[in-house]
Design a protein around this ligand. Structure first.
Ligand SMILES: Nc1ncnc2c1ncn2[C@@H]1O[C@H](COP(=O)(O)OP(=O)(O)OP(=O)(O)O)[C@@H](O)[C@H]1O
Length: 547
């Protein structure tokens, strides 16, 4: 009787367990069918999407394809080729404004290096492009498209590796670029931690990934995974970083590992060539006054191509047969393009007005006007005013931040001291105003001699020739100290129509003779005065200067 009862219970439980597994099996089948149905639906949708194609935008079509297509960047392109077409290609940093051809030139330079016998690049070398502004910094490195990451079993659900409890490495851009070039656009925006990791990879030429789930003694871990964790993922590439930031803003550790190349801002001539190239290739019909307007409003190559693309679309929309001046005027107005300032120097003489020279954050030179007025007032009632300069600057040091008076502001103080000690002008008896017009905030010491000359001209009523430009730092003893970016400044002065440029003697280089403009090296402000107003330098002044 008890035996019969036990058998009954056994049969009952067997039925329950059998039923349970039957339901499980049905559920699994059901979810598999659902998964496949869902996936099939998505797959079909994707196939339909692949048939939809918009035509290639002009900006894409007009991407430079060969060396000849890069306009106005001969020096930059040559420097790129030299760095890459070598048995030991170098890492490169390219500085330059947006849309001046940095990315296009880097691509072309790699293509040329691939054909160069000396270089280790081969036809399979890849150009991997990544934008630092879109690289999100993830402290846990769960997803790191630059360095690569590890999908730990807890993150990846029921995949084969996850089920086996094995961490799965995901190669990043540094590995994808192995054997080729890794191009990082806007490299100056890279997070500090990512920058440090990148420097380490440049050193090691491989990237090490870590995971708490990796065990070197686990026999179930496939050999590929052991190899990755033991020897790292290969990452032997050449880095080309592009940035619109200035050299000073880029970490010195990166700069010291790279050859630095500067791309120029494109002038009207270069932009016109780009415009003509697009018109030619696309067989666009455009009236000549419409064409001539474009370089006045396009600040770079990308803008030039984009204005043309919009003009072409407008022409089609209006059912016209050619692009007219009115179309470009409409684009300029609706796109809020502002007219480029191509400063041209005048040949007249001016009191209290001097052409200084500066360097923009993009390393291009520019002419900066410096104005000064000086009016004698009752003794001790003087007032000093300086406008158009940055008043204070913040310095970031290794472990702290500090503030100081801007260098342009300090330069004026040097000039005032000089006026008092060497020219017996007590500024407390004068109303003095020095102004930098044009709205560009000025800083740095290099406007020193321009400020000095403008103030000297205003104080002594001495007119200054309008076709001379100058750069140099002034000390309180009247010496002219060297400054940066002198060749870019000379080129900017030449483009603006200057007859001569005064520069610090220490900055003088033999190659300046090829620039086709008179260069006047000056060691002291007395020499500047002597050149501008032909006042002989007295032995006395020399003695004061070198005391
Ligand atoms: N120097 C140039 N010569 C010929 N075309 C140019 C030049 N500069 C820009 N262009 C045009 O502008 C487009 C964008 O240029 P590119 O992407 O190389 O500029 P970039 O300097 O890398 O800009 P960004 O810093 O914004 O990435 C090119 O595809 C090309 O059509």
């Amino acid at each position: 009787m008890i035996e019969g009862l036990l058998i009954g219970v056994q049969i009952f439980f067997s039925c329950v367990i059998g039923l349970y597994f039957l339901i499980q099996l049905r559920n699994t089948r059901q979810s598999k069918t659902n998964l496949f149905n869902d996936s099939q639906e998505k797959y079909e949708k994707m196939q339909r999407m692949r048939y939809i194609k918009l035509t290639q935008p002009l900006t894409e079509k007009m991407r430079p394809k060969s060396e000849e297509d890069i306009i106005g960047q001969e020096d930059g392109l040559l420097a790129l080729k030299t760095a890459l077409c070598s048995p030991n290609p170098q890492h490169i940093l390219i500085y330059g404004s947006p849309g001046v051809g940095k990315t296009a030139a880097a691509r072309i330079a790699l293509e040329m290096a691939k054909k160069c016998e000396l270089s280790p690049f081969t036809s399979t070398s890849k150009f991997v492009e990544i934008d630092a502004t879109t690289l999100r910094f993830d402290e846990r490195s769960v997803a790191d498209p630059l360095m690569g990451s590890v999908h730990d079993p807890i993150y990846q659900g029921a995949g084969a590796y996850g089920q086996a409890g094995v961490p799965q490495p995901k190669p990043g851009a540094v590995t994808k670029a192995h054997g080729g070039v890794l191009f990082i656009d806007e490299i100056g925006e890279l997070h500090q931690v990512q920058m440090n990791k990148l420097l380490k990879v440049l050193e090691d030429r491989k990237v090490y990934l870590e995971s708490a789930y990796y065990s070197s003694s686990d026999e179930h871990t496939p050999p590929y995974i052991h190899d990755v964790f033991r020897n790292g993922l290969p990452a032997d590439f050449r880095l080309i970083g592009a940035t619109t930031r200035s050299r000073e803003e880029i970490p010195p550790a990166l700069r010291s590992r790279c050859v630095e190349i500067f791309f120029k801002d494109l002038d009207e001539e270069a932009i016109m060539k780009i415009v003509e190239r697009v018109i030619d290739r696309e067989k666009l019909s455009i009236e000549s006054d419409a064409k001539e307007m474009i370089p006045d409003y396009a600040a770079n190559g990308r803008e030039a191509v984009s204005i043309l693309q919009t003009a072409y679309n407008k022409m089609l929309y209006d059912k016209q047969s050619n692009i007219k001046k009115a179309d470009i005027e409409w684009i300029v107005k609706s796109g809020r393009y502002s007219k480029a300032l191509h400063k041209k120097l005048n040949t007249g003489y001016y009191i209290g007005k001097v052409n200084g020279l500066g360097v923009m954050s993009t390393s291009a030179g520019m002419v900066l006007e410096v104005q000064a007025v000086a009016k004698k007032v009752a003794s001790g009632k003087g007032h000093i005013n300086i406008t158009g300069v940055i008043e204070e600057e913040e310095l970031t040091m290794q472990h702290s931040k500090a503030k100081r008076k801007s260098m342009a502001y300090s330069s004026l103080e040097n000039v005032l001291t000089l006026m008092k000690t060497q020219y017996q002008i007590d500024y407390e008896d004068y109303y003095i105003h020095v102004n930098f017009p044009s709205g560009i905030p000025v800083d740095g010491p290099s406007a020193g001699i321009a400020m000095f000359s403008a103030l000297y001209s205003a104080l002594f009523n001495e007119p200054v020739p309008g076709n001379i430009a100058m750069t140099g730092e002034v000390t309180i003893h009247g010496e002219v100290y060297p400054v940066g970016g002198v060749s870019e400044k000379i080129l900017a002065a030449k483009k603006a129509g200057a007859k001569a440029v005064i520069i610090p003697k220490e900055n003088m280089q033999g190659t300046f003779a090829e620039l086709g403009i008179e260069i006047i090296p000056a060691q002291t402000v007395k020499e500047v005065v002597s050149y501008l107003w032909d006042i002989p330098i007295t032995q006395k002044a020399e003695n004061i200067l070198h005391a």
